[in-house]
Design a protein around this ligand. Structure first.
Ligand SMILES: CCCCCCCCCC(=O)SCCNC(=O)CCNC(=O)[C@H](O)C(C)(C)COP(=O)(O)OP(=O)(O)OC[C@H]1O[C@@H](n2cnc3c(N)ncnc32)[C@H](O)[C@@H]1OP(=O)(O)O
Length: 184
């Protein structure tokens, strides 16, 4: 992956261990919001990512490219592929049990991805320092060890739950997802 300095952890940045309260190894990861474009089951044309954590610190997910996800005829749109990477990266940082948002997302498109392809996604953390989490992900065609089609590197920044209350619809999130206190 070609990463910029903004998505590369400073030397010595520790990779955090699995957190107390993280889903146990092998757990399926639910959606954080049913209308989320990435993981929501109620989104009619969303990505419907199905994800598990093998070890409580990384995420593996699948996403099948549908007709609603085209850019060129019968090929996945690059922005949709970036969204899939953003989602799996977000799922992985969420394993560290704090709210984060994407601050920067870098993507390498390595292969064209036809409609009907199942991408096998994997995301992991390269380090967390202060509010900044450095993450990486890849998407492989057809199988977990298939050819790499997409790579991503990202900086996520920790926010408080007030971020969602002030800028979005906190009630809609907390109605479905009650393991965060708004005013801890
Ligand atoms: C309970 C369920 C919750 C479910 C959550 C689902 C979330 C799903 C994930 C998403 O979809 S996120 C959506 C897309 N992202 C956003 O909408 C974020 C929009 N951006 C912001 O809100 C703010 O810019 C941000 C919170 C990221 C940072 O603003 P702040 O004012 O809080 O922090 P600040 O600007 O001081 O930055 C903190 C640090 O990050 C660094 N930083 C911020 N943005 C950066 C950037 N783009 N590139 C590099 N560094 C960046 C910044 O330089 C600084 O570094 P230092 O601490 O070393 O000084």
């Amino acid at each position: 992956m070609t990463r910029s300095s903004r998505t590369s952890p400073p030397p010595g940045t520790p990779v955090p261990p699995a957190q107390l309260g993280a889903p146990p190894p092998g757990s399926a990861l639910g959606s954080h919001y049913s209308r989320c474009f990435g993981c929501g089951s109620d989104h009619p044309t969303g990505l419907h990512l199905a994800a598990v954590t093998p070890d409580s610190t990384t995420v593996e997910a699948t996403f099948t490219v549908g007709e609603a996800h085209q850019g060129a005829p019968m090929l996945a749109h690059g922005g949709v592929l970036a969204a899939a990477m953003d989602e799996v990266l977000g799922m992985s940082v969420y394993l560290f049990r704090k709210p984060y948002v994407t601050a920067r997302l870098e993507t390498d498109y390595v292969l064209p991805v036809p409609v009907g392809t199942t991408l096998h996604l994997r995301a992991w953390c390269n380090g967390i320092t202060g509010r900044k989490a450095y993450l990486e992900a890849e998407g492989r065609v057809g199988a977990p060890d298939g050819p790499v089609a997409v790579r991503a590197a990202a900086l996520f920044v920790e926010v408080s739950m007030r971020h969602f209350a002030e800028h979005g619809d906190l009630a809609a999130i907390t109605a479905e997802h009650q393991d965060y206190e708004v005013n801890p």
